[in-house]
Design a protein around this ligand. Structure first.
Ligand code: ZZB
Length: 257
């Protein structure tokens, strides 16, 4: 699977994270790296999800530069020229997802500029980096989760307004309009982030967005998603805001996941 790793630079750590981090990391650049298949949707990021149940590591990428990802992702990254020394993983810290909720990060290309780290219970430790950027306009899972978070902020130990950033249209499709994920979640009567129908909604959103979607924002406004997906990915890579991150499929990886 070939992902784009989006670098979301920490602006302000949550208090619980600050207490646990070593002081030499305080002045360094730390990036939450979100693995995405849809770089063309980055304009619509409204938060970034981690699992409160996963323990993440902070790994050295270059001098003064660190990434916040799962251990499993770090092991993969070490063999993709993402870290300084081939095959070598240098872990400098460890934090549970629960400790970083509320952290403020930069969201490259997003109309919102900065967003919060929020909890998502359905993040899988066995896929990507364990960090998932939230695009509720085009990802049904994200729409269902952000809706739930805004409904029960006390339960999730967040501030309600962190989950209420405006959902702006990114891609128009003839079938589902400008907010594909919202439309699908409503049409399919999905009421929970754990609803099994989300798998079908995701499949449908991928297909419609890719084959029939047109950008309604950004420098490629008016152009088909199919034409601009790779251009936007390259733009993020060229600006230093992203890198390619691949992972092998199949038995070996799923066992070690
Ligand atoms: C932003 C985004 C915008 C995404 C969108 C999707 C959509 P797949 O297809 O199963 O490989 N993701 C990444 N890692 C995880 C994880 N560990 N656990 C749960 N979800 C994860 O899934 C790849 C997509 O699932 C990624 O692309 C990421 O969300 C999420 F508009 O990034 B995406 C219709 C989907 N639209």
């Amino acid at each position: 699977q070939e992902y784009t790793g989006i670098k979301m630079k920490v602006q302000q750590w949550a208090d619980a994270a600050k207490e646990k981090l070593s002081s030499d990391l305080a002045g360094a650049n730390v990036y939450f790296v979100a693995a995405t298949l849809r770089p063309e949707t980055m304009y619509g990021q409204t938060c970034c999800f981690v699992s409160p149940k996963i323990t993440y590591g902070i790994f050295k990428m270059a001098e003064g530069e660190y990434v916040f990802v799962s251990d499993r992702a770090a092991r993969n990254m070490a063999f993709q020229n993402i870290f300084a020394d081939w095959g070598k993983v240098e872990k400098v810290g460890e934090l549970s997802g629960a400790n970083v909720i509320g952290t403020v990060v930069e969201a490259p290309l997003s109309v919102h500029g900065q967003v919060r780290i929020l909890p998502m219970e359905t993040v899988k430790a066995s896929k990507g980096t364990g960090v998932v950027t939230c695009v509720p306009s085009d990802s049904p899972d994200d729409y269902a989760t952000i809706t739930e978070l805004a409904k029960k902020p006390e339960y999730f130990k967040i501030q309600k307004e962190w989950a209420e950033l405006e959902i702006v249209p990114i891609i128009h499709t003839p079938k589902y309009g400008d907010l594909v994920a919202k439309t699908l979640v409503e049409q399919m009567k999905i009421n929970s982030p754990k609803d099994a129908k989300l798998a079908d909604a995701k499949e449908e959103a991928y297909k419609e967005g890719f084959y029939h979607g047109t950008m309604v924002i950004g420098e490629y406004k008016g152009r088909p998603v199919q034409e601009v997906k790779d251009l936007l990915k390259q733009k993020l890579i060229d600006s230093g805001d992203a890198f390619n991150y691949a992972e092998p499929d199949g038995l070996v990886m799923s066992r070690s996941g």
